[in-house]
Design a protein around this ligand. Sequence first.
Ligand SMILES: Nc1nc2c(ncn2[C@@H]2O[C@H](COP(=O)(O)OP(=O)(O)OP(=O)(O)O)[C@@H](O)[C@H]2O)c(=O)[nH]1
Ligand SMILES: [Mg+2]
Length: 441
Amino acid sequence: MLDNLASSISSAIKKIIRVPIVDEKVVKELIRDLQRALIQADVNVRLVLELSKKIEKKILETELPPGITRRELAIKVVYDELVSLLGGEKVEPIKYEKNKTHVIMLIGIQGSGKTTSAAKLAWFFKNQGYTTGLICADNFRAGAYDQLKQLSEKINVPFYGEKDEKDVIKIAINGVKTFKEKGIEIIIIDTAGRHKNEIALIEEMRQMSDAIKPDEIILVLDATMGQQVAQHAEAFNKATKIGSIFLTKLDGSAKGGGAISAVVATGAKIKFIGTGEYIEDIEVFNPRRFVGRLLGMGDIETLIEKFKAIEKNEKELITSITLGKFTLKDLYLQLQAIRKLGPIGKILQSIPGIGLSISKDVMSITEEKMKKWMAIMQSMTEEELLNPDIIDSSRIKRIARGSGTTIKDVKELLEQYKISKKYIKQIIKKQKNLKKMFKIG
Ligand SMILES: Nc1nc2c(ncn2[C@@H]2O[C@H](COP(=O)(O)OP(=O)(O)OP(=O)(O)O)[C@@H](O)[C@H]2O)c(=O)[nH]1
Ligand SMILES: [Mg+2]
């Protein structure tokens, strides 16, 4: 699917994976490759320029989070921005209440793929465990009745149609009534593709939906039309609150990227995509999965996990330290966590976020010193740990004695604590900026 876009984007990404150093020149080349790929996929030129500027700026100007290379950052930024171009992170699960009737009406211009998609949806919901039924409310095109009837037989789903009835609204009402009586949960109505433009289409949708009162209206759009579909999506989105979009023919459509991004830009919701002529060529639209495939990287998920881990680490730190406050107890817990993990040297390098930042200064600390510090902190009272400022010389003496260390040792730890605290403040500030950059919550 979207073969052209996928191959050009993934080759752009592969290029930056191959080069030894990701510098400004490489990033600029990546941006050019991306621009070319997106414009060829019929994504709006203005959107492409905005997007690529943003990507370039983020890749070059973001301070590298600890443990992340510029290369990884570049891939993550491209991934994030493509996901947001194609619809963002949010994917609502498609679930309907069981044992209740839910009526879906499909509309769309001539040949957009309504009848095919109606059958795909019936098949999809049937596999999800719902009882489904198909209604043919199209008497405009000869053969429409037989087309849907045959498809429904193929997937073994009940069909309703009235071949000689001219009033499609009447057919739809009768069909819904019949299926409701049978206790069918998801009823799908296929309508006629009488129109070539969205104005007449929306008007007919109004008449139909006033009479039938469907729970949901799905606009079927043909992705091979590229950016052009935006007009339909926009008019539709304005006209109904219960609408979503089924984007068809994304397979082998060079213009698929343009169609998706154009629809997303209108604020309309793409719920399903069609990726072939066969019944099973239907997918719930998920921008993240979609972009993952575009980038053609199996390990994109691993990379995303890595960023998530950093994010989690930051969050934990921020909750453990009430903003700007960093007590000896926090230092103690940090050191304890670090020690649990094994030989310090190695660990310090691999801990993203705070571990590393303390570590810059702690780098030179030997295992032995670490043990000493732990002992010192164990000799402190909870009050001293939470409020180190109260540790005066008489307390220092007591702590040194209690821990079997020297006054010098205790003073050194307190000094280290002060330095760490300063670091932490800087880091929290930095991380706030980073969060803004990545829109992390
Ligand atoms: N490749 C591909 N072809 C599709 C897809 N969906 C539909 N088609 C094809 O598009 C053509 C039109 O599909 P229909 O389902 O008949 O379209 P329609 O909107 O019902 O057409 P009218 O009722 O005449 O308006 C058929 O040849 C389908 O096989 C898809 O996702 N991928
Ligand atoms: Mg049809």
